[in-house]
Write a protein that binds this ligand. Structure first.
Ligand code: FAD
Ligand code: 2HG
Ligand code: ZN
Length: 459
């Protein structure tokens, strides 16, 4: 029997006010944060519950209509927006904002997928707990989106990426079935770990509707310093010393002079040092007690450091962090940048960067910064704006090929999305990709969940 138009079915499920079909109502859901990925949605639906989300997915599956899950739309690889065909429905999770009670003894909480990172941490503050993940898009990025991308950020050195912080997930699979595993048991050997599988699946296996999270004690005291270095190599040696001296090291973020200058110029900020330096490492220790004395001892013993600016109050800390966190916006304004979010072993970073610069085509410049302790380099190549696709592919192939030759990963924390799916084979074997396809077919038999994302085309 003909199930009737999908639009009518969706309106019946979520109500007219939350089924957006007018172009100006859909517009904000059709372009990603970078502005580089644009598409068109048949309709945007905003379910208010898992049951509504399940009914929406089932309605799409019955009709073979593609569906793109979207949280805060801060993703950087084009996975959160539909393609240009106008076929896909966007399912926004922003109304899934229930917050459960804080389980103090277990240090866990269950929250709706649409809760933002900032909203979650504000809710947890009176309980002196936090998620243990932080990133500059905290005001908009949602817990569901962070789970779907296995987000990393600035505290991975201490608390790991999102997968380590998740003890259970509730999700709607591609046929509309709801799988809910939210007890948050630390010991639970009862078969496949679907939560872990959904984490990092980028909306290709199901819509995550709620997440059970492992929390960490809130760092009541934080000490922050910007250290200046003669180059990447001494800075990496300095990081090794800091890791040994400071087990509570929570962030180790690096920048280099051209990126710092871009931020200083664009936002009219003052240089924290009287002289420029080739490289900078922003370090932060977070603890429940005052870590100043261990911090001061570690800094005093640091070999090779050229200068140090310690933040003595909250405003000074914000000024130091702004230098690092404004890189993405400053590069977008100078761009569009071609973005690569890669991991290489930290010791290999200097050689890798030298080789990237040698491989770049004339007229481009390469900015880089990132999460040094994780070996996570964010390369942003400028000067690519009006180049043809074939030339952009050539640049991608050169950069990502070098990553593979260094034994790295072509996506450290942002995911594969639309941007990198062609290159998945550089980091995953044919056998792994074929296992991915088998999982995809099993959980999304109609193939409607975020087609064109993560998995490369066949053939
Ligand atoms: P969206 O952008 O809406 O979606 C991202 C992907 O997840 C898409 O494929 C989408 O289909 C899927 N998805 C979203 N919600 C769901 C759901 N409920 N169920 C199933 N699939 C879903 N990332 C880092 O890892 N570390 C950083 O340090 C970092 N810094 C950033 C700084 C800035 C300024 C910006 C703009 C982005 C940054 N990001 C960073 C990238 C981004 O914030 C993360 O990828 C984040 O996890 C995306 O969350 P979101 O809710 O915005 O997801
Ligand atoms: C960060 O660490 C983000 O600031 C964004 O992951 C990186 O803009 C980028 O390339
Ligand atoms: Zn990052």
């Amino acid at each position: 029997m003909d199930p009737g138009p999908i639009e009518d079915a969706l309106v019946r499920i979520v109500g007219r006010a939350h089924a957006l079909d007018a172009p100006d109502h859909r517009a904000g859901y059709e372009v990603d944060w970078t502005g580089q990925f644009r598409g068109q949605a048949r309709m945007v639906v905003r379910p208010a519950s898992t049951a509504e989300a399940s009914a929406c997915v089932a309605a799409c599956a019955r009709r073979g209509v593609p569906l793109v899950a979207q949280g805060g739309n801060t993703g950087l690889v084009g996975g959160s927006v539909p393609d240009g065909t106008g076929d896909a429905v966007v399912l926004s999770t922003r109304r899934l904002t229930d917050i459960g009670t804080v389980d103090q003894p277990g240090a866990q909480i269950t929250v709706g997928a649409g809760v933002t990172l900032q909203g979650l941490n504000e809710h947890l503050r009176p309980h002196r707990l936090e998620l243990g993940i932080d990133l500059a898009a905290r005001g908009s990025a949602t817990v569901g989106g962070m789970a779907a991308t296995n987000a990393g950020g600035i505290h991975v050195i201490k608390h790991g990426s999102m997968r380590r912080r998740i003890s259970g997930i509730e999700a709607v699979l591609g046929d509309g079935a709801v799988v809910s595993h939210l007890a948050g048991l630390d010991k639970d050997n009862t078969g496949y770990d679907l939560s872990s599988l959904l984490c990092g699946s980028e909306g290709t296996l199901g819509v995550i509707t709620a997440v059970r999270l492992r929390l960490v004690p809130m760092a009541v005291e934080r000490v922050t310093a910007l250290t200046a270095w003669a180059g990447m190599r001494p800075m990496i040696e300095g990081l090794a010393q800091l890791r040994r001296a400071l087990p509570a090291l929570e962030a180790a973020e690096y920048m280099v002079r051209p990126g710092v200058e871009l931020v200083l110029d664009r936002y009219q900020l003052s240089d924290p040092f009287p002289a420029p330096y080739p490289a900078y490492l922003l370090i932060e220790v977070g603890a429940e007690h005052d870590p100043t004395s261990e911090f001061a001892t570690a800094i005093a013993a640091l070999e090779g450091v050229r200068d140090v600016a310690v933040a003595l109050d909250g405003q000074a800390r914000e000024r130091l962090w702004a230098l690092r966190e404004l890189h993405t916006e400053a590069l977008s304004a100078a761009g569009p940048p071609r973005k690569y979010d890669v991991t290489v072993p930290p010791v290999s970073i200097p050689d890798f960067l030298d080789q990237v610069v040698a491989e770049l085509v004339a007229g481009t410049t390469c900015h880089h910064f990132g999460h040094l302790a994780d070996g996570n380099v964010h390369l942003n190549v400028l000067g690519v704006g009006d180049r043809p696709d074939a030339e952009l592919d050539e640049i991608d192939g050169r950069v990502l090929g070098l990553v593979a030759r260094h034994g790295g990963s072509i996506s450290a924390e942002h995911g594969i999305g639309r941007a990198k799916r062609r290159w998945l084979g550089l980091s995953r074997s044919a056998a792994e990709i074929s296992a991915f396809r088998a999982i995809k077919t099993g959980l999304d038999p109609a193939g409607i969940m975020n087609p064109g994302v993560l998995l490369p085309d066949l053939g």
